[in-house]
Design a protein around this ligand. Structure first.
Ligand code: CTP
Length: 445
C-alpha cells in the first residue's frame, strides 16, 4: 500500500484545495492530511485565518479524498509524521517547490501544480472589506501601533486625529496617513478608531466614536470609572459595535498558553498570584508630572491586574493599596492587594522604583514562574516541591505584540467572537472599578 501525506491550512476551502487533495490521493492508496492549528498558523505569521480548526478539518473530510486527518501543530512535525505513519510520498502545491527537498532522504517528494487564480488569501480579502483604522492621538503609543497594524491583513491605518495640528501633521508625514483636526471629517474617513490619547480623554472619545458608528479599540486603562465602562459596553452592544480594551498581554499567544497550563491542574488549585511590572520613567514625562491622572498604577495597573483577574475572576472580595509617592503626590510604586475567598493576588507596579518584574502563580502542588517581561510571555517554568523537577515552556512573541490584539479586534469586527474570552467585558469593568477605587483612595477621585 502506498501512503501519501500532505499538509495545509485549508482556510475557506476552495477549488485549489479540492484539486490538490484529489491529485494527492491519486498518487497512492492511502492519504493522510495534516491540518494546521491556529497557534501554529499564528507563529507562521498567518494571523487572519477565518475558519476554525474544526471547520477546516470538516471541509477536508467532506472532500472525500482524505483517509485520515491529523493535526499539524509545530515546525519539525513533518519528519516525525513521515516516520510514524511510514509514508511513501510527501506532496504539496508547487508554491512550495524546493522547500521540502530535505524530506527526500525519507520518502518521495512531489510538488503538484498549484491551481491558478485562487487562494485563501484572495478569498479572505474579498470576504472582508479592508477595515480603515483612524488613530486618535499621535504620541509614542500611537507610533508603535502603525507598524504592528501593517502586519495584520485586512486593516489599514488611514488617518490620525489630534486637535494639535503640528503633532498630527508630523505623525501623518512619518506614517503616510491623512491627518484631521476636525472630528467629523476624521470619522467620515474611517471604519474603526484606535484611541491612544491621554487616559482621562478616553471616555469622551469612545462615546463619540460609538455615536458615529465606529468600532473602538482603546488603550488601557480604557476608563477610570466602573460606571463609565458599563455604560460604554452597553452602548456599543446596542449599536452592534465592537468596544475592545487593548491590554496587549491578554492577546499574546504565550500568555494564553500560560493561563491554560495554570488552570490545567498541573500546579493544583491556585492560591496566590503575584504580578510585578516596573518601568523607570523620565521624571519630566507626562506619566510622572500629571498630578491628576499620572503615576504608576494608572499607567501599568492594567497589566498587573490582568493575571489576577484571569486566574481568580473579577469578583474579588476586597482590594487594598500601598503606595510610595513623590513630593507631588504621584505614586512611584504601588501594590494592590486583592483578597478572594480561596486565594490572594498582589499587583505591583512602578515608574520610579525598579523591581524584578516577575509573575508568580502559586498552587497547592507547585508554582509557575515567568520572568520579566512576562507581559510579553515567551518562556515560563513550572516547579514542584522537588526542586529537580522543572517543566519548561516557550512560545513566540513577535515584534511589539500589538499585532495580536489588532488581529483579534478585526476578527471581532468580522463577527467572530472567538477572542472575546481573552479579556471579557466583566474583566475590563473590574479594572475600571479598581482604577476608580485607587484614585479615590489616593484623594484624586
Ligand atoms: N493549493 C493549490 N492551489 C491553490 C491554493 C492552494 O494547489 N490555488 C495547495 C497548496 O499548495 C497547499 C494546499 O493547497 O499544498 C493547502 O494550502 P493552503 O496554504 O491551505 O492554501 P492557500 O490558498 O495557498 O492559502 P493562503 O492563501 O493562506 O496561503
Amino acid at each position: 500500500m502506498t501512503k501519501v501525506i500532505t499538509y495545509g491550512t485549508f482556510d475557506l476551502f476552495h477549488e485549489g484545495h479540492y484539486r490538490l487533495l484529489q491529485r494527492a490521493k491519486q498518487l497512492g492508496d492511502y492519504l493522510i492530511v495534516g491540518v494546521t492549528t491556529e497557534e501554529y498558523d499564528q507563529t507562521r505569521g498567518k494571523l487572519n485565518v477565518v475558519d476554525s480548526l474544526i471547520t477546516r478539518i470538516e471541509n477536508v473530510r467532506k472532500s472525500g479524498f482524505a483517509d485520515e486527518v491529523i493535526i499539524e501543530s509545530s515546525e519539525g512535525q513533518k519528519l516525525l509524521d513521515i516516520r510514524k505513519y511510514q509514508i511513501d510520498i510527501f506532496t504539496v502545491g508547487s508554491d512550495w517547490t524546493g522547500v521540502f527537498d530535505y524530506l527526500k532522504d525519507y520518502c518521495r517528494v512531489v510538488y503538484l501544480d498549484r491551481t491558478k487564480n485562487i487562494s485563501s488569501t484572495m478569498l479572505r480579502s474579498q470576504e472582508q472589506r479592508i477595515c480603515r483604522i483612524g488613530i486618535v492621538g499621535s504620541g509614542r503609543i500611537a507610533g508603535r501601533f502603525v507598524p504592528e497594524a501593517k502586519l495584520v491583513s485586512g486593516v489599514n491605518v488611514e488617518a490620525v486625529f489630534n486637535p494639535h495640528r503640528d503633532s498630527a501633521e508630523r505623525f501623518a508625514r512619518k506614517w503616510e496617513t491623512d491627518f484631521y483636526e476636525d472630528m467629523e471629517s476624521f470619522y467620515a474617513a474611517v471604519d474603526a478608531v484606535y484611541i491612544a490619547a491621554p487616559h482621562e480623554t478616553h471616555y469622551n472619545y469612545i462615546r463619540s466614536a460609538l455615536e458615529h458608528g465606529k468600532h473602538v479599540i482603546c488603550e488601557k486603562p480604557m476608563v477610570l470609572k466602573r460606571q463609565q465602562a458599563e455604560e460604554l459596553f452597553a452602548f456599543a452592544k446596542e449599536r452592534s459595535l465592537v468596544l475592545f480594551e487593548g491590554v496587549k498581554t491578554a492577546y499574546c499567544p504565550g500568555f494564553s498558553r500560560l493561563l491554560g497550563i495554570a488552570c490545567s491542574g498541573m500546579i493544583g488549585s491556585i492560591r496566590n498570584v503575584e504580578a510585578c511590572f516596573t518601568k523607570l520613567e523620565n521624571p519630566q514625562s507626562r506619566e510622572l508630572t500629571d498630578v491628576r491622572y499620572g503615576g504608576s498604577f494608572t499607567e501599568l495597573g492594567s497589566y498587573v491586574m490582568l493575571p489576577i483577574f484571569k486566574l481568580f475572576g473579577s469578583q474579588f472580595e476586597d482590594v487594598r493599596f500601598d503606595m510610595i509617592k513623590d513630593e507631588n503626590g504621584i505614586d512611584l510604586f504601588t501594590k494592590a492587594h486583592f483578597r478572594y475567598a480561596n486565594g490572594m493576588g498582589t499587583a505591583t507596579c512602578g515608574l520610579g522604583v525598579k523591581a524584578e518584574g516577575r509573575l508568580m502563580i502559586s498552587g497547592t502542588k507547585g508554582y509557575i514562574i515567568v520572568e520579566a517581561p512576562w507581559w510579553k510571555t515567551t518562556y515560563f517554568e513550572v516547579h514542584y516541591e522537588n526542586p529537580g523537577e522543572v517543566e519548561k515552556f516557550s512560545d513566540r512573541f513577535l515584534g511589539d505584540g500589538l499585532r495580536y490584539e489588532v488581529s483579534d479586534f478585526l476578527s471581532m469586527i468580522n463577527g467572530n467572537s472567538k477572542s472575546e474570552f481573552k479579556l471579557t467585558r466583566g474583566e475590563s469593568m473590574a479594572m475600571a472599578e479598581v482604577m476608580e477605587r485607587f484614585l479615590k483612595e489616593d484623594g484624586r477621585g
